[in-house]
Design a protein. Sequence first.
Length: 210
Amino acid sequence: MVRERQGASFGDETLSAGSTGLVVFDMLECYRSPIEEAGTLPNVVRLVQACRANGLPIFFARADHRADGRDYAITMSDTNPGFVPWGPSNLPPTVPPHGSGSPLLLPLREFEMSEKDFDIPKHRWSAFAGTALDITLRSLGISTILLVGGSTHVGVASTAYAARDMDYQVTVVRDGCHGFKEQREFFLDKVFPRMCRVRTVDQVIAKIVP
């Protein structure tokens, strides 16, 4: 017996309140400057408002580490985020720039996060790694996630890969993602279309129904 494939309409499906949720990844006060420079904030605010108006739940996945760094990632890499090699004059950090509880780790104030939204503190790149996201989505009957935020090639990609492997339907919202231009465009054009759907904010909003 062939299992029926959810959402096999190749882009013509609707996005309903009972089965779809919006995951906003690391759009935090500490990242305000690069987010504003990328120009994605108004787009995501508009999407958040459309989701709220139609009853789609919103999940704010946000970096959250102990100030002493005891839950910080210990995986070694060759360079820092700007691709400058680690070395004696450029040592890898052992504590986060902002500790848990800092107002700089809150979602951007423009989102007007409330108790109706879902706060998902995370300790690794993927919004699913060690968080309540998966169990919360499943308890709400959510099978499709809309994904925005950044960096596109880091946290958004990690979350999209994890969601895909857990059989969620994933739509990455192109004009709601930010990060380094070269990597962002490569993932949006050459990686994500192979593993999920890529749509604009306008295309997503047009498909939302209560």
